[in-house]
Design a protein around this ligand. Sequence first.
Ligand code: MOS
Length: 764
Amino acid sequence: NAIVGGVRRVLGQVPAGWLPGGTPDPLIQRRVSLGTQQPRIDGPDKVRGGARFAAEVPMDGLLYTALVHATIARGRIAELDTGAAEAAPGVALVMTHRNAPKLAVPPPIGMTSMKAAGNNILPIMQDPEIRWNGQTVALILAESQEEADHAATLVQVRYETERARTRFEEAKADARTPDSILIEKNRLLKGNAEAALTAAAHRTDAVYRTPWYNHNPIEPHAATVLWKDGRLIVHDATQMLNGTAGSLAKVFGLKDDQVHVSSPFVGGGFGGKALWDHQILAAAAAKLAKRPVRIVLRRSSMYRLIGGRAETEQRVALAADARGKLTALLHHGYSVKPLHSVCDEQYGLTGRSLYACESFDIVQHHLDLDVVANTFMRGPGEAVGTFAIESAIDELAHDIGMDPVALRLRNLPDRDPVSGAPHSQSDPAKAWQMGADQFGWNRWERRSTRREGEWRLGLGCATGTFPYARMPGMSVRITVDDEGRATVASAAHEMGMGTATVQRQHAADRLGLPLERVDVRIGDTSLPFATMAGGSSQTASLGAAITAASSKLAGELVRLAGNDTPLAGLRANDLEFAEGGLRCVGDPSRQESFASILRRAGRRQISVEGESSAPLEMLKFAMHSTSAIFCELRVSEATGEVRVTRLVGAFDCGRILNPKTAASQFRGGMIMGLGMALTEETLLDPRNGRIMSASLTDYHVPVHLDLPEIDVLWTDIPDPRAPMGARGIGEIGITGVAAAVANAVFNATGKRVRDLPITLDKLL
Ligand code: MOS
């Protein structure tokens, strides 16, 4: 994953020989609130309509926005007539490159500093150049949404068209093989994979393709923006609050503290909710109009302005000896990454950690196309990488005549297969066991019925995987008051996954308080600096920050307590949080509550800040989560239709902090994997670079009727090097699912579909 690569690169400067020391987090053993099922704090507000999203913030004098998108892929605006739009009812402003304020190019997402969140690194409305089909050529501000929409239809544009790069195949001729910040070594060569392939008893060698996929969070991208006393205030839907604020500051030439971004609720992010052109355009228009502006992207605008998952073509070749031991793993391929994109779709990392193997040859190339920048999308890299590798494993198992589960178990690595680093915690065998038991894999294998009427029945399985990541620089403030309540505050993000809920559990256990005495405040840049909700890193990063702050709090409190206390003479190391205060580890009778310490000192409250330290554990240990995915389905011989009837996911992700929110994360990811496998696909017309499926009518995400019964299980074995024992779980759910479906389709029909999605035309 991108994040891990970036963090590792920066941490590469840590002195050699350093070992992450210290004792494992004591909370791993103590089970009070963490590990129990807790409902989401934000649930009641959302159910009652009390949660206010970015497009719902009321504001006096608000103007509404509509966009006009370019209809060519490359060239320039030759003539632009905005007269009719300007004269239309309710219109306050038509902004084009002719009157837009000067704007700097947004800085790219910083993998380490997290003070930038830009994805599409191009000038915005600064010149007549057209760089992709869908680029904004005009923005209308009007008194109502309807009037803005109407005026947008009146803008006349004539283009001078240039030849554009829109074809994957053609772009392969000058593919780039960059040494990017995200991938440590772009080509991994270990042993002699080519020779091992030639000599192998069994081999498989095939090309797998995955299409462009688009983001479809339930909440469209939206922002309500206001300029006030030279400050820019943005109510946004973002998973990178400080990155968005930092980028906007650079684009508008402001100081960091002149931009305020608020995003308490986000209706799904999945990697796509960062800084794109729309927030910048809205802020620029608000500046010109001197009025607050609301922008809500229609689905069709989302497809044109917000990048999706890059199209890939991946060759995987595997070799094995007669007993099924892997001897070579070759993974070569191409993915789209325009020069103005910051996101590598890094499928090339998938094969580096999953299996023990004598030789590796892994490289990936990037293709430049005239399209909107691709971006991070749930499980970037691994979601498509596991499709290719886990399909290939299934092909190899078939060739050897081995049970695909047995083949995987035979090749599990006992350490990182490339670096040799020890695993911090890793038990995929247990996940396979649990998943197979729940699914009834063995019982199914013996079953003779493979058909019911027109339906052919099939089953398949695959591994999912995602790396652990923790970000340095995530900070929190803990405040404890003389009533014995604690508040944890950080500019962290809630996209619906349960961040506030889980960190409330964490803080309660950490501070020895009951759950109801802890409040969590997140979602606003006025709170202590937070990195991002991305790379499945937020829980660990925030967890580490809370841990650091709580240590400081213990020190501050004992100092405040002075000598007239049962704690007199004790140092922070001798103390633990318990029963609403501090207590001596060796002598529980020496105890004093927060309230008592604060009142005696004449203080209403005490606040401390803590920061997530450098994640050195990532340097010394292989920290990957894995899963075992099982799928049962049926394929109609008459229509080619695929109906998935069961899905089981067993996850090895360290400790599970809240079974309720975790189950939702896993299940949601698996549903997204089903869409990836069977229905989702962004279609591009190569003649003009136009997206043809830019709506939920044409781009099919799974609906309830598409969903089978989905069981999720977990090993729940704490990772001793991760805060709270937990590795992130945001992204792993999607990984492996597409391969499990494709493998089950093969099992049902004998047809190996290597290009997603598996639509019915490919099965007839
Ligand atoms: Mo995730 S793709 O880092 O939101």
